[in-house]
Design a protein around this ligand. Sequence first.
Ligand code: NAG
Ligand code: NAG
Ligand code: NAG
Ligand code: NAG
Length: 270
Amino acid sequence: MRWLSILSLVLSLLAADHAVSSGKIPSYVSPCKRNSDDLNQCIVNAWEALRPKMGEGIPKLKIPPLEPFSIPETSIDRRTDSLDVKATMTQLAIMGVNSVIFSKLNVNLTDLSGSVSLAFADLNVTTLYVMDAMLMKIVPMKGQGKFNGTLNDIKVNVTGRAELSPKNERGNSYLKLVEIKFKGFISDARGRLVDTTNNPENKIFAETANMFYDNNRRGVLDILTPFIEEFCESLVLELANQILSTVPFEEMFIEAVSKEPLKKSNNITS
Ligand SMILES: *[C@@H]1O[C@H](CO)[C@@H](O)[C@H](O)[C@H]1NC(C)=O
Ligand SMILES: *[C@@H]1O[C@H](CO)[C@@H](O)[C@H](O)[C@H]1NC(C)=O
Ligand SMILES: *[C@@H]1O[C@H](CO)[C@@H](O)[C@H](O)[C@H]1NC(C)=O
Ligand SMILES: *[C@@H]1O[C@H](CO)[C@@H](O)[C@H](O)[C@H]1NC(C)=O
């Protein structure tokens, strides 16, 4: 038996009747049937119904608040010709995530894969940083401080693939997202590094980087985009699997397929 991409995984889980009645799923979720013809549309509708709750998150399902979406601490350590960076960001906050627009959701129940296109009008980002980086081998970005910026008109194509775990000793299996790929395009972005150390050299680095960016926005964005994609992939993979660990597959599956009694689940194999 089969299931699919990250989004539909999460949403179908949110939507399963049984899980609603068993109290695992909040009661305000409207159910989708797994075998319905318009499953994709149903999933999008379910998200729309949930959107007002997503801002604050749904702790029961380990869905974190999306507005703002906060990451207490994260690091990057990557070396390429165009960008060599070691950085730690703290108090990273992204505003605008919950205004995402979905299109072209396509879920394949045969191979547990799926794809979806996302669009964001604006994302505002703020963070504190400690950074030692070299952009295009010529622009040092070194120091410690704060960053704020706005990304405009972002489009992302997401593809993903899931697997069903072997049953555990209690007879439950869990969906696991095993692969996710982001392909994004950021139309434009403005931002500012503000050094907060008392080191004059660092202040010059920050100002120079800002100026270089302002004069080369398209080129720098094209360099940054793969880093951002990779960052989002690992973030979403971890988040999705955290959410998927909250409800056994059997509980979403049975009732999403039909309302027949629980014993049917004994026939399910992965
Ligand atoms: C982003 O910031 C701009 C200006 O600071 C503001 O007008 C806009 O509403 C903000 N957008 C979001 C999604 O927070
Ligand atoms: C779903 O995946 C299977 C196996 O990869 C493939 O044969 C089938 O054509 C796909 N269905 C759709 C609707 O894309
Ligand atoms: C960054 O913050 C400053 C001060 O709060 C604000 O004036 C500016 O518009 C912000 N820049 C961006 C790109 O969000
Ligand atoms: C997303 O896919 C569509 C076609 O499937 C393509 O036209 C578009 O350029 C892609 N967007 C990105 C950001 O890769």
